[in-house]
Design a protein around this ligand. Sequence first.
Ligand code: ADP
Length: 484
Amino acid sequence: MVKIDTKSHPNLIGGEWKPPKDNTLKNHNPADYNEVVGLFPMATLEDIRSAIDSARSAFPGWARTPAPARGAILDKASQIISARLDEIATTLTREEGKTFVEAKGEVIRARDIFKYYGGEGWRYGGQVLPSSVNDELLYTRREPLGVVSIITPWNFPIAIPTWKIAPALVYGNTVVFKPAEDAPLTALMMVEALVEAGLPAGVVNFLTGDGELIGTEMTGNSNVNGVSFTGSHNTGSKIYQNAIKNMARVQLEMGGKNALVILKDANLELAVKLAITGGFGLTGQACTATSRVIVEEEIADAFVSALSKAAKNLNVGNGLESGVQMGPLVNHDQLEISQSYFALGKKEGAELLLGGEVDDHKGYFAQATIFDHVEPTMRIAREEIFGPVISVIRANGLNDAIEKTNAISFGLSAGVVTNNLKDAFAFANQVDAGVIKINEPTTGLALNAPFGGFKQSSANTFKEMGQAAMDFYTRTKTVYVNHG
Ligand code: ADP
Protein backbone atom coordinates (compact mmCIF):
# COMPACT_ATOMS: atom_id res chain seq x y z
CA MET A 1 0.00 0.00 0.00
CA VAL A 2 1.39 3.45 -0.85
CA LYS A 3 1.76 5.95 1.90
CA ILE A 4 -1.20 8.28 1.81
CA ASP A 5 -0.14 11.92 1.78
CA THR A 6 -2.09 14.05 4.23
CA LYS A 7 -3.01 16.57 1.55
CA SER A 8 -3.21 14.62 -1.72
CA HIS A 9 -5.15 11.37 -1.77
CA PRO A 10 -5.43 8.62 -4.37
CA ASN A 11 -8.19 6.59 -5.99
CA LEU A 12 -8.06 2.80 -5.89
CA ILE A 13 -8.53 1.03 -9.20
CA GLY A 14 -7.79 -2.66 -9.71
CA GLY A 15 -5.73 -2.78 -6.51
CA GLU A 16 -3.51 0.16 -7.51
CA TRP A 17 -3.48 3.49 -5.72
CA LYS A 18 -3.69 6.28 -8.31
CA PRO A 19 -2.80 9.79 -7.09
CA PRO A 20 -4.40 12.92 -8.63
CA LYS A 21 -3.01 14.00 -12.02
CA ASP A 22 -3.85 17.47 -13.34
CA ASN A 23 -7.35 18.01 -12.12
CA THR A 24 -8.08 17.80 -8.45
CA LEU A 25 -11.13 17.84 -6.28
CA LYS A 26 -10.72 19.91 -3.11
CA ASN A 27 -12.71 19.25 0.00
CA HIS A 28 -13.02 22.00 2.58
CA ASN A 29 -13.66 22.21 6.29
CA PRO A 30 -17.21 23.62 6.55
CA ALA A 31 -16.39 25.13 9.96
CA ASP A 32 -13.47 27.03 8.41
CA TYR A 33 -13.67 27.15 4.67
CA ASN A 34 -10.12 28.39 4.27
CA GLU A 35 -8.91 25.00 5.39
CA VAL A 36 -8.52 22.41 2.63
CA VAL A 37 -8.92 18.96 4.12
CA GLY A 38 -7.68 17.03 1.12
CA LEU A 39 -7.04 16.93 -2.62
CA PHE A 40 -8.54 14.09 -4.61
CA PRO A 41 -8.46 12.92 -8.23
CA MET A 42 -11.16 13.87 -10.71
CA ALA A 43 -11.67 10.38 -12.14
CA THR A 44 -12.01 10.19 -15.92
CA LEU A 45 -14.41 8.03 -17.92
CA GLU A 46 -11.45 5.77 -18.67
CA ASP A 47 -10.76 5.40 -14.91
CA ILE A 48 -14.36 4.45 -14.23
CA ARG A 49 -14.51 1.88 -17.00
CA SER A 50 -11.22 0.44 -15.84
CA ALA A 51 -12.61 0.20 -12.26
CA ILE A 52 -15.73 -1.59 -13.49
CA ASP A 53 -13.58 -3.98 -15.57
CA SER A 54 -11.38 -4.68 -12.54
CA ALA A 55 -14.42 -5.42 -10.40
CA ARG A 56 -15.72 -7.72 -13.16
CA SER A 57 -12.38 -9.60 -13.36
CA ALA A 58 -12.14 -9.94 -9.58
CA PHE A 59 -15.69 -11.21 -9.25
CA PRO A 60 -15.33 -14.97 -9.97
CA GLY A 61 -12.45 -15.38 -7.49
CA TRP A 62 -14.19 -13.40 -4.78
CA ALA A 63 -17.52 -15.16 -5.29
CA ARG A 64 -15.73 -18.52 -4.92
CA THR A 65 -13.93 -17.46 -1.73
CA PRO A 66 -15.73 -19.16 1.17
CA ALA A 67 -18.15 -16.75 2.86
CA PRO A 68 -16.51 -17.14 6.31
CA ALA A 69 -13.18 -16.14 4.74
CA ARG A 70 -14.81 -13.08 3.18
CA GLY A 71 -16.33 -12.30 6.56
CA ALA A 72 -12.94 -12.64 8.28
CA ILE A 73 -11.61 -9.75 6.16
CA LEU A 74 -14.54 -7.57 7.25
CA ASP A 75 -13.90 -8.53 10.85
CA LYS A 76 -10.27 -7.48 10.46
CA ALA A 77 -11.35 -4.17 8.89
CA SER A 78 -13.52 -3.62 11.96
CA GLN A 79 -10.47 -4.03 14.19
CA ILE A 80 -8.40 -1.64 12.06
CA ILE A 81 -11.14 1.00 12.25
CA SER A 82 -11.36 0.45 15.99
CA ALA A 83 -7.65 1.20 16.35
CA ARG A 84 -8.06 4.45 14.32
CA LEU A 85 -11.36 5.62 15.88
CA ASP A 86 -10.30 9.07 17.06
CA GLU A 87 -8.24 9.82 13.96
CA ILE A 88 -11.10 8.91 11.60
CA ALA A 89 -13.66 10.77 13.72
CA THR A 90 -11.50 13.92 13.72
CA THR A 91 -11.20 13.72 9.94
CA LEU A 92 -14.95 13.24 9.65
CA THR A 93 -15.62 16.39 11.67
CA ARG A 94 -13.06 18.34 9.62
CA GLU A 95 -14.58 17.44 6.28
CA GLU A 96 -18.30 17.14 7.09
CA GLY A 97 -18.75 19.45 10.08
CA LYS A 98 -20.72 17.33 12.55
CA THR A 99 -19.51 17.44 16.16
CA PHE A 100 -16.70 15.15 17.26
CA VAL A 101 -19.13 13.26 19.53
CA GLU A 102 -21.46 12.66 16.58
CA ALA A 103 -18.54 11.74 14.33
CA LYS A 104 -17.14 9.27 16.82
CA GLY A 105 -20.55 7.65 17.16
CA GLU A 106 -20.65 7.25 13.39
CA VAL A 107 -17.19 5.68 13.19
CA ILE A 108 -18.14 3.28 16.00
CA ARG A 109 -21.21 2.40 13.93
CA ALA A 110 -18.98 1.60 10.91
CA ARG A 111 -16.78 -0.58 13.12
CA ASP A 112 -19.82 -2.47 14.39
CA ILE A 113 -21.34 -2.90 10.92
CA PHE A 114 -18.12 -4.55 9.71
CA LYS A 115 -18.19 -6.81 12.74
CA TYR A 116 -21.85 -7.73 12.18
CA TYR A 117 -21.39 -8.60 8.50
CA GLY A 118 -18.13 -10.38 9.30
CA GLY A 119 -20.24 -12.82 11.34
CA GLU A 120 -22.83 -12.95 8.57
CA GLY A 121 -20.26 -14.93 6.57
CA TRP A 122 -20.93 -17.83 8.96
CA ARG A 123 -24.69 -17.45 9.08
CA TYR A 124 -26.44 -16.83 5.82
CA GLY A 125 -27.61 -19.54 3.49
CA GLY A 126 -30.50 -20.85 1.44
CA GLN A 127 -33.46 -23.03 2.28
CA VAL A 128 -34.20 -26.72 2.03
CA LEU A 129 -37.82 -27.23 1.01
CA PRO A 130 -40.09 -30.27 1.32
CA SER A 131 -40.31 -32.05 -2.02
CA SER A 132 -43.58 -33.28 -3.52
CA VAL A 133 -41.88 -36.40 -4.96
CA ASN A 134 -39.76 -39.17 -3.49
CA ASP A 135 -35.98 -39.07 -3.61
CA GLU A 136 -35.70 -35.43 -4.46
CA LEU A 137 -33.71 -32.77 -2.67
CA LEU A 138 -35.16 -29.32 -3.28
CA TYR A 139 -33.11 -26.36 -2.12
CA THR A 140 -32.26 -22.75 -2.79
CA ARG A 141 -28.86 -21.12 -2.79
CA ARG A 142 -27.97 -17.46 -2.41
CA GLU A 143 -25.56 -16.18 -5.02
CA PRO A 144 -23.96 -12.74 -5.37
CA LEU A 145 -25.26 -10.40 -8.08
CA GLY A 146 -21.83 -9.60 -9.56
CA VAL A 147 -20.49 -6.04 -9.77
CA VAL A 148 -22.35 -3.51 -7.66
CA SER A 149 -22.03 0.27 -7.78
CA ILE A 150 -22.27 2.10 -4.48
CA ILE A 151 -22.99 5.85 -4.57
CA THR A 152 -23.20 7.70 -1.28
CA PRO A 153 -23.92 11.17 0.16
CA TRP A 154 -21.79 13.33 2.45
CA ASN A 155 -23.98 13.32 5.57
CA PHE A 156 -22.82 9.94 6.94
CA PRO A 157 -19.56 9.61 5.01
CA ILE A 158 -18.42 6.39 6.70
CA ALA A 159 -21.58 4.73 8.06
CA ILE A 160 -23.60 4.74 4.82
CA PRO A 161 -20.77 3.40 2.60
CA THR A 162 -20.09 0.74 5.23
CA TRP A 163 -23.70 -0.42 5.52
CA LYS A 164 -23.73 -0.86 1.74
CA ILE A 165 -20.21 -2.20 1.08
CA ALA A 166 -19.97 -4.66 4.01
CA PRO A 167 -23.03 -6.72 2.94
CA ALA A 168 -22.11 -6.41 -0.75
CA LEU A 169 -18.75 -8.01 0.04
CA VAL A 170 -19.77 -10.69 2.49
CA TYR A 171 -22.40 -11.98 0.06
CA GLY A 172 -19.69 -12.25 -2.63
CA ASN A 173 -20.09 -9.15 -4.83
CA THR A 174 -17.34 -6.88 -6.06
CA VAL A 175 -17.72 -3.13 -5.69
CA VAL A 176 -17.18 0.16 -7.47
CA PHE A 177 -17.60 2.90 -4.90
CA LYS A 178 -18.00 6.65 -5.30
CA PRO A 179 -18.30 8.77 -2.14
CA ALA A 180 -19.72 12.30 -2.17
CA GLU A 181 -17.52 15.17 -3.33
CA ASP A 182 -17.82 16.92 0.06
CA ALA A 183 -16.54 14.12 2.30
CA PRO A 184 -14.33 11.60 0.48
CA LEU A 185 -11.49 11.32 3.01
CA THR A 186 -13.36 9.42 5.71
CA ALA A 187 -14.64 7.07 3.01
CA LEU A 188 -11.10 6.53 1.78
CA MET A 189 -9.99 5.63 5.31
CA MET A 190 -12.65 2.92 5.36
CA VAL A 191 -11.39 1.56 2.02
CA GLU A 192 -7.82 1.64 3.35
CA ALA A 193 -8.95 -0.49 6.30
CA LEU A 194 -10.36 -3.08 3.87
CA VAL A 195 -7.14 -3.16 1.85
CA GLU A 196 -5.03 -3.49 4.99
CA ALA A 197 -7.32 -6.28 6.15
CA GLY A 198 -6.36 -8.27 3.05
CA LEU A 199 -9.07 -7.59 0.48
CA PRO A 200 -7.85 -8.89 -2.91
CA ALA A 201 -7.11 -6.42 -5.73
CA GLY A 202 -10.14 -5.25 -7.70
CA VAL A 203 -12.74 -6.38 -5.15
CA VAL A 204 -13.35 -2.78 -4.05
CA ASN A 205 -12.57 0.16 -6.31
CA PHE A 206 -12.72 3.73 -5.06
CA LEU A 207 -13.26 6.75 -7.32
CA THR A 208 -13.68 10.45 -6.63
CA GLY A 209 -14.73 13.32 -8.86
CA ASP A 210 -17.74 14.61 -10.69
CA GLY A 211 -20.94 12.89 -9.56
CA GLU A 212 -22.73 13.24 -12.86
CA LEU A 213 -19.84 11.87 -14.95
CA ILE A 214 -18.81 9.03 -12.65
CA GLY A 215 -22.34 8.24 -11.53
CA THR A 216 -23.80 8.02 -15.02
CA GLU A 217 -21.20 5.43 -16.06
CA MET A 218 -21.43 3.55 -12.75
CA THR A 219 -25.18 3.16 -13.12
CA GLY A 220 -25.51 2.73 -16.90
CA ASN A 221 -22.57 0.43 -17.70
CA SER A 222 -23.80 -2.99 -18.84
CA ASN A 223 -21.20 -4.73 -16.65
CA VAL A 224 -22.89 -3.42 -13.50
CA ASN A 225 -25.46 -5.75 -11.95
CA GLY A 226 -26.68 -3.73 -9.01
CA VAL A 227 -26.75 -0.11 -7.82
CA SER A 228 -27.22 1.06 -4.26
CA PHE A 229 -27.64 4.79 -3.77
CA THR A 230 -28.42 7.22 -0.96
CA GLY A 231 -28.92 10.86 -1.81
CA SER A 232 -31.38 13.34 -3.24
CA HIS A 233 -34.63 12.46 -4.96
CA ASN A 234 -33.59 14.16 -8.16
CA THR A 235 -30.35 12.19 -8.52
CA GLY A 236 -32.03 8.96 -7.41
CA SER A 237 -34.63 9.30 -10.17
CA LYS A 238 -31.91 9.75 -12.80
CA ILE A 239 -30.06 6.71 -11.48
CA TYR A 240 -33.19 4.57 -11.61
CA GLN A 241 -33.89 5.47 -15.25
CA ASN A 242 -30.28 4.84 -16.19
CA ALA A 243 -29.82 1.50 -14.41
CA ILE A 244 -33.10 -0.01 -15.45
CA LYS A 245 -31.99 0.06 -19.11
CA ASN A 246 -29.69 -2.87 -18.31
CA MET A 247 -32.14 -4.48 -15.87
CA ALA A 248 -29.66 -3.82 -13.08
CA ARG A 249 -31.10 -4.23 -9.60
CA VAL A 250 -31.58 -0.87 -7.90
CA GLN A 251 -31.94 0.24 -4.30
CA LEU A 252 -32.51 3.93 -3.61
CA GLU A 253 -32.71 5.77 -0.29
CA MET A 254 -33.79 9.34 -0.75
CA GLY A 255 -35.35 12.17 1.17
CA GLY A 256 -37.62 12.50 4.15
CA LYS A 257 -39.86 15.08 5.82
CA ASN A 258 -40.14 13.28 9.09
CA ALA A 259 -42.67 14.14 11.76
CA LEU A 260 -42.49 13.77 15.52
CA VAL A 261 -46.03 13.72 16.91
CA ILE A 262 -46.57 14.84 20.49
CA LEU A 263 -49.84 13.72 22.02
CA LYS A 264 -51.39 15.56 24.93
CA ASP A 265 -50.48 12.93 27.54
CA ALA A 266 -46.77 13.05 26.57
CA ASN A 267 -43.98 13.68 29.00
CA LEU A 268 -43.03 17.20 27.86
CA GLU A 269 -39.45 17.00 28.97
CA LEU A 270 -38.96 13.85 26.90
CA ALA A 271 -40.80 15.41 23.94
CA VAL A 272 -38.47 18.43 23.95
CA LYS A 273 -35.41 16.22 24.21
CA LEU A 274 -36.52 14.09 21.27
CA ALA A 275 -37.36 17.12 19.11
CA ILE A 276 -33.95 18.69 19.82
CA THR A 277 -32.08 15.47 19.10
CA GLY A 278 -34.02 14.69 15.93
CA GLY A 279 -34.31 18.26 14.63
CA PHE A 280 -30.94 19.81 15.47
CA GLY A 281 -28.66 16.79 15.96
CA LEU A 282 -26.32 16.45 12.97
CA THR A 283 -27.39 20.04 12.14
CA GLY A 284 -30.62 18.63 10.74
CA GLN A 285 -28.64 16.94 7.95
CA ALA A 286 -29.96 13.40 8.39
CA CYS A 287 -32.50 11.76 6.06
CA THR A 288 -34.42 10.80 9.20
CA ALA A 289 -34.19 14.26 10.84
CA THR A 290 -37.28 15.64 12.58
CA SER A 291 -38.33 18.50 10.33
CA ARG A 292 -41.97 18.64 11.46
CA VAL A 293 -43.27 18.51 15.00
CA ILE A 294 -47.01 17.87 15.12
CA VAL A 295 -48.35 18.69 18.55
CA GLU A 296 -51.82 18.47 20.08
CA GLU A 297 -53.34 21.91 20.55
CA GLU A 298 -53.95 21.43 24.31
CA ILE A 299 -50.22 21.29 25.09
CA ALA A 300 -48.85 23.17 22.07
CA ASP A 301 -48.06 26.50 23.79
CA ALA A 302 -46.31 24.84 26.72
CA PHE A 303 -44.34 22.54 24.42
CA VAL A 304 -43.30 25.26 21.98
CA SER A 305 -42.07 27.54 24.74
CA ALA A 306 -40.01 24.72 26.34
CA LEU A 307 -38.62 23.75 22.92
CA SER A 308 -37.55 27.31 22.09
CA LYS A 309 -35.89 27.68 25.46
CA ALA A 310 -33.88 24.50 24.99
CA ALA A 311 -32.94 25.26 21.37
CA LYS A 312 -31.81 28.78 22.24
CA ASN A 313 -29.13 27.35 24.50
CA LEU A 314 -27.58 25.11 21.83
CA ASN A 315 -23.90 25.81 21.42
CA VAL A 316 -23.22 26.18 17.66
CA GLY A 317 -19.63 26.11 16.41
CA ASN A 318 -16.67 24.12 15.16
CA GLY A 319 -17.41 20.48 15.97
CA LEU A 320 -13.84 19.87 17.13
CA GLU A 321 -14.23 22.34 20.00
CA SER A 322 -15.44 20.80 23.21
CA GLY A 323 -18.93 21.71 24.32
CA VAL A 324 -20.15 22.44 20.77
CA GLN A 325 -23.55 20.80 20.24
CA MET A 326 -24.27 21.73 16.64
CA GLY A 327 -21.76 22.03 13.81
CA PRO A 328 -22.05 23.94 10.51
CA LEU A 329 -23.89 22.93 7.35
CA VAL A 330 -21.70 21.01 4.95
CA ASN A 331 -21.28 23.61 2.20
CA HIS A 332 -22.40 26.92 0.79
CA ASP A 333 -25.26 25.38 -1.23
CA GLN A 334 -26.75 23.82 1.89
CA LEU A 335 -26.41 27.11 3.75
CA GLU A 336 -28.25 28.90 0.96
CA ILE A 337 -30.98 26.28 0.95
CA SER A 338 -31.60 26.75 4.68
CA GLN A 339 -31.50 30.51 4.23
CA SER A 340 -34.06 30.35 1.42
CA TYR A 341 -36.42 28.33 3.64
CA PHE A 342 -36.03 30.86 6.47
CA ALA A 343 -37.32 33.49 4.04
CA LEU A 344 -39.97 31.20 2.60
CA GLY A 345 -41.40 30.29 6.03
CA LYS A 346 -41.86 33.97 6.85
CA LYS A 347 -43.37 34.67 3.43
CA GLU A 348 -45.81 31.78 3.79
CA GLY A 349 -47.07 33.27 7.06
CA ALA A 350 -45.55 30.92 9.63
CA GLU A 351 -44.44 32.48 12.90
CA LEU A 352 -40.64 32.55 13.30
CA LEU A 353 -40.07 31.66 16.95
CA LEU A 354 -36.33 31.20 17.00
CA GLY A 355 -33.28 31.57 14.73
CA GLY A 356 -33.70 32.26 11.05
CA GLU A 357 -30.22 33.73 10.56
CA VAL A 358 -26.97 32.44 9.11
CA ASP A 359 -23.39 33.32 9.99
CA ASP A 360 -21.00 32.60 7.15
CA HIS A 361 -18.03 34.79 7.94
CA LYS A 362 -15.80 31.76 8.46
CA GLY A 363 -17.88 28.62 8.08
CA TYR A 364 -21.37 27.63 6.97
CA PHE A 365 -23.22 28.20 10.23
CA ALA A 366 -26.98 28.48 10.56
CA GLN A 367 -29.02 29.05 13.71
CA ALA A 368 -31.35 26.43 15.15
CA THR A 369 -34.66 27.62 13.73
CA ILE A 370 -38.27 27.02 14.81
CA PHE A 371 -41.42 28.06 12.97
CA ASP A 372 -44.75 27.81 14.78
CA HIS A 373 -48.31 27.78 13.39
CA VAL A 374 -47.15 26.07 10.21
CA GLU A 375 -49.94 24.81 7.97
CA PRO A 376 -49.55 21.38 6.30
CA THR A 377 -50.04 23.00 2.89
CA MET A 378 -47.03 25.33 3.27
CA ARG A 379 -43.86 24.39 1.42
CA ILE A 380 -41.83 24.46 4.67
CA ALA A 381 -44.15 21.66 5.87
CA ARG A 382 -43.79 19.54 2.73
CA GLU A 383 -40.27 19.97 1.30
CA GLU A 384 -37.06 18.51 2.64
CA ILE A 385 -34.79 21.30 3.91
CA PHE A 386 -31.80 19.32 5.25
CA GLY A 387 -30.92 21.98 7.78
CA PRO A 388 -31.66 22.90 11.43
CA VAL A 389 -35.29 23.88 10.90
CA ILE A 390 -38.33 22.58 12.80
CA SER A 391 -41.85 23.40 11.60
CA VAL A 392 -44.44 23.11 14.35
CA ILE A 393 -47.89 22.09 13.16
CA ARG A 394 -50.82 21.97 15.56
CA ALA A 395 -53.29 19.09 15.56
CA ASN A 396 -56.67 18.26 17.05
CA GLY A 397 -56.48 14.71 18.35
CA LEU A 398 -54.71 11.56 17.22
CA ASN A 399 -56.51 11.09 13.91
CA ASP A 400 -55.78 14.63 12.79
CA ALA A 401 -52.12 14.16 13.81
CA ILE A 402 -51.87 10.93 11.79
CA GLU A 403 -53.51 12.56 8.79
CA LYS A 404 -51.05 15.46 8.95
CA THR A 405 -48.11 13.08 9.39
CA ASN A 406 -49.14 11.32 6.17
CA ALA A 407 -49.87 14.51 4.20
CA ILE A 408 -46.49 14.57 2.41
CA SER A 409 -44.92 12.74 -0.50
CA PHE A 410 -42.13 11.22 1.63
CA GLY A 411 -42.41 8.25 3.99
CA LEU A 412 -39.08 7.62 5.70
CA SER A 413 -39.38 7.94 9.47
CA ALA A 414 -42.03 9.13 11.95
CA GLY A 415 -42.22 9.26 15.74
CA VAL A 416 -44.86 9.63 18.42
CA VAL A 417 -44.45 10.69 22.05
CA THR A 418 -47.16 9.25 24.28
CA ASN A 419 -47.74 6.98 27.26
CA ASN A 420 -50.94 5.64 25.76
CA LEU A 421 -50.34 2.17 24.32
CA LYS A 422 -53.47 2.21 22.21
CA ASP A 423 -52.57 5.52 20.55
CA ALA A 424 -48.96 4.44 20.07
CA PHE A 425 -49.98 1.31 18.16
CA ALA A 426 -52.63 3.16 16.15
CA PHE A 427 -49.84 5.52 15.08
CA ALA A 428 -47.45 2.66 14.27
CA ASN A 429 -50.10 0.90 12.18
CA GLN A 430 -51.55 3.87 10.31
CA VAL A 431 -48.54 6.01 9.51
CA ASP A 432 -47.11 5.62 6.02
CA ALA A 433 -43.40 5.48 6.85
CA GLY A 434 -40.77 2.75 6.73
CA VAL A 435 -39.47 3.51 10.25
CA ILE A 436 -41.70 4.22 13.28
CA LYS A 437 -40.31 5.44 16.59
CA ILE A 438 -42.34 5.41 19.81
CA ASN A 439 -40.85 7.66 22.50
CA GLU A 440 -37.59 7.77 20.55
CA PRO A 441 -36.12 10.36 18.16
CA THR A 442 -36.95 10.01 14.44
CA THR A 443 -33.19 9.67 13.88
CA GLY A 444 -31.02 6.72 14.95
CA LEU A 445 -31.19 3.23 13.50
CA ALA A 446 -30.30 -0.28 14.63
CA LEU A 447 -27.66 -1.82 12.39
CA ASN A 448 -29.34 -5.24 12.47
CA ALA A 449 -32.86 -4.06 11.52
CA PRO A 450 -34.25 -3.39 8.02
CA PHE A 451 -34.07 0.26 6.97
CA GLY A 452 -35.85 1.94 4.09
CA GLY A 453 -38.62 4.38 3.30
CA PHE A 454 -41.99 4.33 1.61
CA LYS A 455 -43.48 6.59 -1.07
CA GLN A 456 -40.95 9.01 -2.63
CA SER A 457 -38.35 8.21 0.04
CA SER A 458 -37.14 5.14 -1.80
CA ALA A 459 -37.48 3.09 -4.96
CA ASN A 460 -39.78 0.78 -2.95
CA THR A 461 -37.65 -2.18 -3.99
CA PHE A 462 -35.25 -3.42 -1.31
CA LYS A 463 -34.47 -2.49 2.30
CA GLU A 464 -30.94 -2.19 3.60
CA MET A 465 -29.07 -3.16 6.79
CA GLY A 466 -29.30 -6.31 8.86
CA GLN A 467 -30.21 -9.48 7.00
CA ALA A 468 -32.57 -7.48 4.78
CA ALA A 469 -29.44 -6.51 2.84
CA MET A 470 -29.11 -10.13 1.72
CA ASP A 471 -32.24 -9.79 -0.42
CA PHE A 472 -30.66 -6.97 -2.35
CA TYR A 473 -27.10 -8.25 -2.65
CA THR A 474 -27.94 -11.85 -3.59
CA ARG A 475 -30.02 -13.68 -6.17
CA THR A 476 -31.75 -16.93 -5.35
CA LYS A 477 -31.27 -20.10 -7.38
CA THR A 478 -33.57 -23.12 -6.94
CA VAL A 479 -31.95 -26.55 -7.32
CA TYR A 480 -33.87 -29.84 -7.87
CA VAL A 481 -31.82 -32.99 -7.22
CA ASN A 482 -33.26 -36.40 -8.04
CA HIS A 483 -31.21 -38.95 -6.14
CA GLY A 484 -33.48 -41.95 -6.59
P1 ADP B 1 -26.74 15.81 -2.33
O1 ADP B 1 -27.70 16.92 -2.60
O2 ADP B 1 -26.90 15.14 -1.04
O3 ADP B 1 -25.33 16.09 -2.70
P2 ADP B 1 -26.94 14.02 -4.57
O4 ADP B 1 -28.06 13.09 -4.75
O5 ADP B 1 -26.67 15.02 -5.65
O6 ADP B 1 -27.26 14.68 -3.20
O7 ADP B 1 -25.59 13.26 -4.29
C1 ADP B 1 -25.50 11.97 -3.74
C2 ADP B 1 -24.43 11.21 -4.49
O8 ADP B 1 -24.84 11.04 -5.84
C3 ADP B 1 -23.08 11.90 -4.53
O9 ADP B 1 -22.07 10.92 -4.37
C4 ADP B 1 -23.06 12.50 -5.93
O10 ADP B 1 -21.76 12.72 -6.43
C5 ADP B 1 -23.77 11.43 -6.72
N1 ADP B 1 -24.35 11.87 -8.01
C6 ADP B 1 -24.62 13.14 -8.43
N2 ADP B 1 -25.17 13.12 -9.66
C7 ADP B 1 -25.24 11.83 -10.05
C8 ADP B 1 -25.72 11.15 -11.23
N3 ADP B 1 -26.25 11.80 -12.25
N4 ADP B 1 -25.67 9.80 -11.25
C9 ADP B 1 -25.17 9.10 -10.19
N5 ADP B 1 -24.69 9.69 -9.07
C10 ADP B 1 -24.72 11.03 -8.99
